[in-house]
Write a protein that binds this ligand. Structure first.
Ligand SMILES: [Zn+2]
Length: 375
C-alpha cells in the first residue's frame, strides 16, 4: 500500500474543513471533532491504513458478521471479528450472527444459544439476522421461513433475557420487487430480485413478520438495519418508532433514501426521533475482499478513497446546509461518479449529531464504546 498516497488523502480531507467559513460549518467542525461510531461495517482483517483513517476521522467501526447459510464462512467471520476486537478495541467492536444451515435439524436452537453465549463472552455486543430469513431459507415443507417463525422463539427469548440487542436486516428495499436495472445489486444478485416471481414472499409479508417479532418481544431491543427496509418513507419509519419503543434504526448504506425525500420532513424526523437513529455506512475494510482473497493495492486504495469520500459527503449532508452533489446510482450509497443532482444538507443541531453519530450506538449496543469512550 502506498502509505504516502493515503496520508495525502487524509490530509486533504482535513484541510478541506478550513476552506468553508459559515455558521453551519461550526456544526461540521463539531461533527468532525467528536468521537463517532459506524455501527454497520464489514471488516475482513485489521489494516494499518484503515486505522489511520479511523484516527483521522475519529471513528470506531463495528463489524457485523454474516454468512449464516454457510457455516465455514460464518465461523471465519466470527473468528476475525473476535480477534481484531480483542487486539484493537479502539478501532473495532463486533456483532455476531448464527448458523441457519442446520435450522431443520433437532437441537438447532440449543446449539445456536450455546454459540451466542460464547460470542458474548468474547465481547460480541449484539446479534445480526440477515435477509436470508424471509427471502431465501425454507422449512421441511418447502415454505419460506419468516423471522416470526416459531423456530426462532428460543433464540429471541434468550436474547431478551440476556438483554442483548438484535440487528435485523430483514427484507430489502422495495426496488427488489421491481425490475432489476442493469448494474444494480439486484441485477448482480438475482437470488434477491423478486420481480415477477409470484412464488416468492411479498415485501409486505416480510416486513409484517419483522414487525410481529418487535411487538412480540417488547424487552428485546431490535435495531432495523438499513433503515429497517422501510427506507423510502420517513412516515413508515415513524409509525414503527411510535408503536414500538424497543425499535430503533441504523442507516447503513441508505443515506441516499433520506436525500430523495422532502428535506423538511426528513429533518423533522431526525429531530423527533433523535434518540432512535444510528449512523452506519455498510462499508467493507481490511486486507481481504468479499471472497476472502487478498485485495490488490488498487482495491485497497479504492476502498480507503471511497470511505473518505463517503464520510465527507455524509458529514456534510447531516451537519451542513450545503448543496451536495449526488449520483443517481441505486445500488449503494454511491457518492462517486456521475452526480446528476444536488441535495441540500439537513444542518442538524449539534446535540442531534452527537446522538446519531455516537450516543445512540452506545445506548442501543452497550459495550460498543469499549476503549473509545467520550470523556
Ligand atoms: Zn451489511
Amino acid at each position: 500500500m502506498r502509505i504516502y498516497y493515503l496520508k495525502t488523502m487524509v490530509c486533504i480531507f482535513f484541510v478541506s474543513t478550513f476552506f468553508f467559513v459559515s455558521s453551519v460549518n461550526a456544526q461540521l467542525n463539531y461533527l468532525k471533532s467528536i468521537k463517532k461510531i459506524d455501527i454497520h461495517t464489514h471488516i475482513s482483517s485489521d489494516e494499518l491504513a484503515l486505522k489511520e483513517v479511523l484516527d483521522a476521522l475519529n471513528v470506531k467501526m463495528n463489524t457485523v458478521c454474516t454468512g449464516g447459510r454457510n457455516l465455514d464462512r460464518m465461523n471465519a467471520s466470527r473468528k476475525t471479528a473476535k480477534k481484531i476486537t480483542r487486539e484493537h478495541p479502539r478501532y473495532y467492536s463486533w456483532i455476531t450472527t448464527f448458523d441457519v444451515s442446520k435450522r431443520n435439524e433437532p437441537g438447532w436452537a440449543d446449539h445456536v444459544i450455546t454459540q451466542l453465549k460464547k460470542d458474548f463472552e468474547n465481547g460480541a455486543i449484539g446479534v445480526k439476522v440477515w435477509k436470508e430469513i424471509g427471502m431465501s431459507i425454507k422449512n421441511g415443507q418447502g415454505d419460506y421461513i419468516q423471522i416470526d417463525d416459531p423456530i426462532f422463539e428460543p433464540i429471541f427469548e434468550f436474547l431478551s433475557k440476556e438483554n442483548k440487542p438484535l440487528l435485523a436486516h430483514i427484507g430489502e428495499p422495495i426496488q427488489a420487487w421491481m425490475p432489476a436495472r442493469p448494474g444494480t445489486y439486484w441485477d448482480r444478485h438475482p437470488d434477491f430480485s423478486f420481480w415477477d416471481k409470484p412464488d416468492r414472499p411479498s415485501y409486505n409479508d416480510i416486513i409484517a413478520a419483522r414487525d410481529h417479532v418487535i411487538a412480540k418481544y417488547p424487552k428485546l431491543r431490535i435495531v432495523g438495519a438499513h433503515l429497517g427496509s422501510i427506507e423510502f418513507d420517513v412516515e413508515e419509519m415513524s409509525k414503527r418508532l411510535d408503536s414500538y419503543p424497543n425499535f430503533a434504526l441504523e442507516m447503513g448504506g441508505r443515506t441516499r433514501y433520506f436525500m430523495w425525500q422532502a428535506r423538511e420532513r426528513v429533518r423533522r424526523f431526525f429531530i423527533k426521533y433523535q434518540d432512535r437513529i444510528m449512523f452506519g455506512t455498510d462499508r467493507g475494510g481490511g486486507l481481504l475482499n468479499w471472497q476472502g482473497e487478498p485485495k490488490t493495492d488498487t482495491e485497497r486504495e479504492e476502498n480507503i478513497k471511497g470511505l473518505l469520500k463517503r464520510y465527507d459527503i455524509f458529514m456534510r449532508y447531516y451537519a451542513t446546509d450545503e448543496n451536495i452533489p449526488w449520483g443517481d446510482k441505486i445500488s449503494s450509497d454511491e457518492p462517486l461518479g456521475d452526480a446528476k443532482y444536488m441535495v441540500k444538507g439537513l444542518a442538524l443541531p449539534k446535540e442531534v449529531l452527537k446522538k446519531v453519530f455516537y450516543d445512540n450506538a452506545v445506548n442501543w449496543f452497550p459495550g460498543v464504546e469499549e476503549s473509545f469512550k467520550n470523556e
